[in-house]
Design a protein around this ligand. Structure first.
Ligand code: HEM
Length: 482
């Protein structure tokens, strides 16, 4: 779930060098050449003609910008690939990954350790009964009627941010001489909007929300054991110190969420966590902090990426964008197709409890097994022409998010929220954030188009960079004021 998972962390190391394709070409020591999008570099062939696979490709910039032809080689020829360089096994086919995710006993998340202590001991890193006990502590706040009651607030938060643009004196909002505007969608909206929504549901005090963004950013960049790890741990400790008196207070006096009509719609998540018990004991402040960190950590970067990728893809497919503008119901399709085509989360690590044989490969018990959601979403056994972005595709299930399944009416859902016991509990709220937030944005933009000049370019120096493995960071949009 988190951007600290092994797959994204490895890529982020490569991308730290990246400002645009040409700089990377200079600085990358990798022997892997940069290829036209959709084509894999030739890594050699065995005597029977089978393409060989060089695991050094995983560390290359080429792979980060153009991963799908490499995943296709793995799916077609090495569906379970033993990577002796990174000491793990990569599982790349949709059906195999879903089977493993549902088998929580055979493929557990212990010792996932993806957060290296920054988030703390969370449900994400537990399996079986331990996981189940923590899974339902606050989940009901993020779904069903409770979520429905929050929808007007989500819309209001989006409007508040967008309405503040005209008065903002920031470099991410440009008033052009001809009366048009240019906005960088990440800084102006997508980076912060999901955090604001989640802060409200948590019942995080308003006056500390500015500080909260600092803690959030520090914790996120401290994931994955990088040199910002210490700062991440300190931020987590600061957050816990801040929450200590609040937890004490709310144990005695819970606080409530209110709809925009002023009516109470139940306790906020922090108050709920204060009264929950596991095995007869109340959660400690440390455990409550871990939950807060996981909820915000799980919902911030991911939803940001979904909003950014969706707008990037739609604006590059103007006919489909026009259809969404003409029929708001199509935002749901656009959201799900974005998560299939370019999910913000690459995959999840698991450890196998027993020796497993899969496609003729024996995976010894206790191995690190990487489930590659990116690859499952582009498996042509499931999705036709998977590299195409098509909001009308007949093989993708784009209806109500399924809690317990992934196939309905002969269609498959994408793998972006995972499946099985760890299925993302924030899937429903992030869907609403991305869709409602985008509807509010769309009403504000007249004739929006990408300002190509301000965008990072691919290796030809002209084309827009493909999304690849890392979600869009900056998206400059020109528009006319409505
Ligand atoms: C587009 C947005 C999102 C994506 C792509 C996403 C993706 C995921 C994935 C793939 C997992 C499964 C991890 C695994 O199998 O080990 C997960 C778990 C989780 N997500 Fe999300 N997520 C998103 C939004 C959110 C939001 C908005 C929240 C909170 C409000 C959230 C909270 C969580 C939590 C708490 C878990 C752990 C569940 C468990 O281990 O039982 N996520 N997410």
């Amino acid at each position: 779930m988190s951007s600290g998972n092994a797959i994204t962390a490895a890529i982020a190391n490569v991308l730290e060098l990246d400002t645009n394709g040409r700089d990377v070409e200079k600085s990358s020591s990798s022997a892997i050449p940069l290829m036209p999008i959709g084509e894999a570099a030739d890594m050699g062939r065995s005597p029977d003609g089978t393409p060989l696979f060089d695991p050094r490709v995983f560390d290359s910039y080429e792979f980060a910008r153009n991963p799908y032809p490499y995943y296709k080689i793995l799916r077609d020829h090495y569906p379970v690939y033993h990577d002796t360089l990174h000491n793990c096994y990569w599982v790349t086919r949709y059906d195999d990954i879903t089977t493993c995710y549902f088998d929580d006993e055979g493929f557990n998340t212990i010792p996932k350790g993806s957060s290296s202590g920054v988030l703390g001991n969370t449900q994400l890193e537990l399996s079986g009964i331990e996981h189940k006990r923590r899974r339902n502590l606050y989940g009901q706040h993020l779904v069903g009627q409770a979520l429905k009651n929050r929808l007007p607030s989500i819309e209001r938060l989006a409007r508040e941010m967008i309405d503040a643009w005209e008065a903002a004196d920031e470099d991410w909002y440009v008033k052009n001489e001809d009366g048009t505007r240019t906005v960088e969608l990440g800084k102006a909206f997508a980076n912060e909007f999901p955090i604001r929504v989640v802060c409200e549901v948590l019942g995080f005090p308003q006056e500390a929300r500015g500080q909260f963004y600092y803690w959030y950013n520090s914790m996120m960049s401290g994931l994955g054991g990088s040199d910002t790890h210490r700062q991440g741990l300190e931020a987590r400790q600061d957050l816990e110190d801040y929450l200590e008196p609040i937890v004490r207070e709310r144990r005695k006096q819970p606080t409530f969420l209110y709809g925009d009509d002023g009516k109470s719609i139940g306790k906020d998540i922090i108050s709920k966590l204060c009264e929950e018990k596991i095995d007869g004991d109340y959660l400690s402040t440390e455990e409550i902090t871990s939950n807060v960190a996981l909820i915000v950590g799980g919902g911030g970067e991911t939803t940001r990426g979904a909003i950014m990728n969706m707008w990037y893809l739609l604006l590059q497919h103007p006919e489909q964008f026009a259809q969404v503008m003409a029929d708001e119901a199509l935002w749901d399709n656009a959201f799900h197709e974005t998560l299939r085509h370019s999910t913000p989360i690459g995959g999840q690590p698991r450890h196998n409890t027993y020796d497993v044989e899969l496609h003729g490969v024996t995976i010894p018990a206790g191995s690190l097994v990487q489930m590659v959601d990116f690859s499952a979403n582009h498996d042509d056994r499931i999705f036709e022409n998977p590299e195409d972005f098509d909001i009308h595709r007949a093989d993708l299930y784009s209806g109500k998010i399924l809690r317990s399944g992934f196939r309905k009416e002969g269609r498959c859902s994408h793998m972006a929220f995972g499946v099985g016991p760890h299925l993302c509990p924030g899937a429903w709220i992030s869907h609403q954030e991305a869709v409602l937030g985008s509807m509010v944005l769309a009403k504000h933009f007249k004739n929006p188009r990408i300002n190509v000049e301000r965008m990072k370019k691919d290796i030809d120096g002209k084309s827009l960079v493909p999304i690849g493995l890392i979600s869009v960071r900056d998206l400059w949009i020109d528009f006319e004021v409505v």
